[in-house]
Design a protein around this ligand. Structure first.
Ligand code: PLP
Length: 298
């Protein structure tokens, strides 16, 4: 079933992801982001988490048939201009979502390969990574792994060149990892640098950007690779010194999805999505006793 036409000027964005009852991450973060960026937001839930700023205490997976029913309800009537996936939890849920996406012909699919929460909770079964790689990544316009997620996905690249790092440590590593992950199917790969403490010893002095990164303290670099033009774009943000970063990855992929639904190109959506997420972190709320949530009303 293909997605319904859009008789309005309001861009339509869909998240297929897990719920965070604490409101900081998951579909709650996605819907807040969609609204802040003036899009009409919809959600198909794949899992419910009992969660707060300290961590996840329980997970309840949504049955595959009910995921199918939610998706069909949205696609057949309201329609979708761009969609993202977040927490997909199991191999069978991933395969269900991939089947649905394949039929729906949605213009843009952003896959945030959510694996482990900041608190350490597993949001994707370790044996589900193969299903993600085989079924969903080939359908994606853009994937948005952080460096540890990219390390896991790299294990699934069939023809690993000898230059590929075991663990991403530098901007040069991020670039070669992004090009390798493109071979798994998505046109664009964004590797997020927020989890990396760039180590001056391993930075490659032959790369201008690396030299610049070494010179500047406290910056985060995200690397976008376009597999068609083979161009890299680096996005630099100052690192915000805060504990309150819960929902950062969800927010970034949701912002990019909203901007794609609104007609932005992928590089422009990533640039503006990174800027939105940075502001949401700058204004993050010191709620709860753990990692507080981002603020979408700055
Ligand atoms: N909970 C849900 C439902 C999520 O989808 C995600 C991330 O995608 C998280 C938690 C992780 O949030 P964080 O690692 O930012 O705390």
């Amino acid at each position: 079933m293909t997605t319904a036409i859009n008789p309005t000027k309001v861009p339509r964005a869909l998240t297929v992801a897990g719920s965070d009852c604490g409101g900081g991450a998951g579909i709650q973060a996605d819907l807040k982001t969609f609204t802040a960026l003036a899009t009409y937001g919809m959600s198909v839930l794949t899992a419910l988490t009992a969660q707060n700023t300290l961590g996840v205490t329980d997970i309840h997976a949504v049955p595959e048939d009910f995921v199918r029913a939610q998706f069909t309800a949205v696609i057949s009537d309201l329609g979708v201009d761009a969609m993202k996936t977040g927490m997909l939890f199991s191999a069978s849920l991933i395969e269900t979502v991939a089947d649905l996406v394949r039929d729906a012909q949605i213009p843009y699919l952003v896959v945030d390969p959510v694996m482990v929460a900041t608190s350490g909770a597993h949001l994707l079964a370790p044996d589900a990574v193969s299903a993600l790689v085989a079924s969903l990544l080939p359908l994606a316009t853009l994937i948005t792994p952080n460096a540890p997620e990219a390390d896991v996905l790299l294990q699934h690249v069939p023809d690993r060149s000898p230059g590929l790092p075991e663990r991403i440590r530098s901007i040069a590593d991020m670039k070669s990892a992004a090009a390798a992950l493109h071979t798994l199917g998505p046109r664009y790969v964004l590797i997020k640098g927020g989890h990396l403490a760039l180590d001056p010893v391993t930075l490659d002095p032959l790369h201008d950007e690396d030299a610049e990164a070494t010179a500047q303290d406290g910056i985060v670099i995200d690397v976008l690779y376009d597999g068609v033009t083979r161009e890299y774009t680096l996005f630099k943000s100052s690192r915000v010194k805060t504990l309150n970063t819960h929902g950062t990855g969800c927010t970034l992929s949701a912002a990019i999805t909203a901007l794609l639904a609104s007609g932005a190109t992928v590089p422009d959506a990533v640039r503006r999505g990174v800027a939105y997420t940075h502001q949401a972190i700058v204004h993050a709320l010191p709620l709860g006793q753990g990692h507080g949530p981002l603020n979408h009303a700055f």
